[in-house]
Structure formats: C-alpha cells, structure tokens
Design a protein around this ligand. Structure first.
Ligand code: COA
Length: 361
C-alpha cells in the first residue's frame, strides 16, 4: 500500500515520549492500562541492543507495531538468544492489505542484522502468522485449578480495565470454572518420603545446572527457556512489579524439582516448574497449593503435555485437581539456513516458562 512508512526503532534509544505513544496505541486498542515503565522494563533493560521494535506510519499516524523480544533458549547442546514475537498489532482499517506482512519482513531483516536465528511466539492469529512464514504448533496448554479465595479472582475480573462485555465474559467464565471444579478446593495431603525437603529460597545456579544437564541427557532434543543467572536475576529476582517465590525439592543433596511462583491478577501463576518425576512435582505443587490457596482464586500453569520431559508434571497436576483449561498455539519461524526440523516437532518444546505473566503479547 502506498504512503506507508516502515520504521525500525533503535530500542535502547527510544525516548520517553515515543514509549508513551507506543503504550497508548496498545492501551487504546485493548482497553488496558499498561504503564510506560512496564514497556521500558520489558524492552530496554534486558539485551536491549538485541531487541527489535518496528512500526508503520501512514502520513505520520502510528498504525502498526511489531516487536521482537530477546529471550535465551537452550536447544539441546546449544544456547541461543531467540526473539519472542510480541506487540503484533495493526489498526483494523488497514488489515488485509499486506501491511503487517511487509512490516514483519522489516522486523525479520533486523533480527538477521542482530544474528537472531529463531523467532517464536504465542498467538491465536494462526492464519496471519502462517502467512508471515511461521509453523504452527498447537502446543501450549494451560492447566488451572481453583483456589480458596474466589473473591480476589472475581474482583480482578470485574475491576480490570476492559470493556464491559470483556469483564462480564471473563467473570462468567471464572464462575463456570468454580462450578466445574468445586471438588478440587481442598489441598490433598502428600506424604513426604524420607530424605526429601522442600526449601523456599534462592536456587543455587550450580544445582540448577546439574538438574538441567541430567534432563538434557534424557531428552537431548529438548528446547526450553535458558535459565541463566542473568535472565533469572532480571525476570525473577529483580522484577520491578511482581514478587516471586523460589521453591525447590531436594532429595538428600540433589535438586529434584523447582518452581518460580507469583501472584498475578488474583491468580497464583506457576511461572516455571521443573521436576524429575511425578512424585517430585506432586510434592512441590501440593506445597504451592497450601501456601497460595487462601490468597488466590485460581492457580495456573502452562505445560506442553506432548513433551516427554513434562509427563511427570502433567500426572501430578491431575492428581492435585488441576484441569486442562485452554490450549495456545506456539508459532515458530527458523531464520537459519540449517533446516532445523526439530524446531517444528511439538514434542521437543518444553513450554513451561515460555509464557510469562506480565509481558505484553
Ligand atoms: C494479526 C494482524 C496483525 C494481521 O493483520 P493482516 O496481516 O493485515 O491480516 P488480517 O487482519 O487480514 O488477518 C488474516 C487472517 O487472520 C485472522 N486473524 C487475525 N487476527 C486474529 C486473531 N487474533 N485470532 C484469530 N484470527 C485472527 C483474520 O480474521 C484473517 O482471517 P480471514 O483471512 O479468514 O479473514 C491483525 O489482524 C491484528 O492486528 N489483529 C489484532 C491483534 C492480534 O491478534 N495480534 C496477534 C496477537 S499475538
């Protein structure tokens, strides 16, 4: 379409007034009230020179955004910095004309300049993303369970910035889930076997490294978030808006399971959970249910049930009354020339922690 300017912004140098414009663009479309400080944390405080933010303007008017957020991934033996596709938004009157496809190619070229070889994201807009060159893997499933404080969840749903229709739909969906899941409210007692301890403090990176190494031996093709110290510090320990609890299950001196949990919008979000077996996952999740049950109306966790490394977790979720709730599409675009077919094999993706509360979409 003529008269459209496609612009790649220099992310670390985007001035405050332009950040305000980008945030206002999204808030106005989604009826949200995100703050510029959230945007700045997300894009300008972690690998900012590797972040990509592209926009389209029509005669000066902002009409589209497309972001690529740097996320470290471990793919079998190698670590890479990947891009998570975010902020894909084009004003309705400009859709269906190939504008986002063109903007996407500008963003992809920028990724190439920054030596990023893999883009992925979660989306409902699969038809559009197929056109943008992505493979679609219906991988990421949310499992949810009710907590003992439905009031906080209902309150959040009714007071959040959204249209009245969205608020009513969200509150009605929650009430329905209460009816469906009312039997799950008590936390089942899980007996602690000899030698097992549940700790609630910082996980030693060496223990985590050994845990991950054992997992890679069992599942050499696994693709998962790379929990390097830099990332954990940025996203978990120094998070400016969310407070996380770090859990670990230790058997004698071996780390058997770990989790990062936060309370987000009335929900206890199990942001990352790793467990060697079903018992390790059950013990840890039961403790999380106990700790957060009175404070939250709901628990949620994202897992790929088709990933062999997650089978113990899925079994534990069932034992503890979690139910499959909804599935999201993981979309993947390989920018390398290496024909990495394992990237489009759903079973390789350990999606735990790839979805992250508090990021935009
Ligand atoms: C996604 C988007 C940028 C694509 O723009 P585009 O390239 O001009 O393509 P279109 O809007 O014509 O969409 C292409 C197809 O995808 C579908 N689609 C777009 N967004 C969708 C969504 N959120 N969920 C389901 N389908 C979606 C459209 O209905 C259309 O289907 P059709 O061809 O059968 O009519 C634009 O639709 C948009 O801004 N959507 C709202 C924001 C969004 O959903 N972003 C993705 C979230 S990660």
């Amino acid at each position: 379409m003529d008269g459209i300017d496609y612009i790649s912004l220099d992310v670390p140098a985007i001035p405050a007034d332009q950040v305000n414009e980008l945030v206002a663009f999204h808030n106005s479309y989604y009826h949200t009230q995100r703050h510029s400080a959230q945007w700045i944390w997300q894009y300008q405080t972690h690998h900012a020179p590797k972040a990509v933010f592209t926009i389209a303007r029509n005669e000066g008017r902002l009409i589209a955004t497309q972001a690529m957020m740097p996320i470290p991934l471990r793919m079998g033996p190698v670590s890479i910095l990947s891009s998570k596709s975010e902020n894909t938004l084009l004003l309705p009157e400009y859709r269906g004309k190939g504008i986002m496809e063109s903007l996407y190619e500008v963003a992809v070229a920028e990724c190439g300049q920054k030596e990023i070889s893999l883009i992925w994201g979660f989306t409902e807009a699969v038809k559009a993303f197929r056109r943008f060159g992505f493979s679609v893997l219906p991988a990421a499933s949310f499992y949810r369970r009710i907590g003992r404080n439905p009031f906080v969840s209902l309150r959040h749903r009714l007071l959040k910035p959204a249209s009245v229709k969205q608020k009513v739909a969200s509150a009605a969906g929650y009430v329905l889930s209460l009816f469906k899941n009312w039997r799950a409210a008590p936390t089942p007692h899980v007996e602690r076997l000899p030698g097992y301890r549940i700790l609630q403090h910082r996980i030693d990176p060496r223990d985590l490294g050994r845990f991950k190494a054992r997992s890679r031996q069992l599942f050499p093709q696994l693709i998962s978030l790379e929990l390097d110290s830099d990332y954990v510090e940025w996203r978990i320990r120094s998070h400016p808006f969310l407070k996380y609890t770090e859990y670990q299950v230790v058997w004698n001196k071996t780390l058997k399971a770990y989790a990062f949990v936060t309370q987000f919008q009335g929900t206890a979000s199990v942001s990352e959970l790793g467990a060697e077996g079903e018992y390790d996952a059950t013990l840890l999740l039961a403790r999380i249910l106990e700790d957060y049950g009175n404070r939250c109306g709901e628990f949620s966790i994202m897992v790929n049930p088709g990933c062999p490394a997650a089978l113990g977790i899925v079994a534990a979720l069932r034992v503890l009354g979690f139910r499959f709730s909804d599935a999201w599409n993981l979309v993947v675009r390989d920018l390398s020339n290496d024909h990495r077919s394992h990237l489009s094999d759903l079973s390789n993706w350990n999606t735990s922690a790839l979805w992250t509360e508090g990021y935009s979409m």
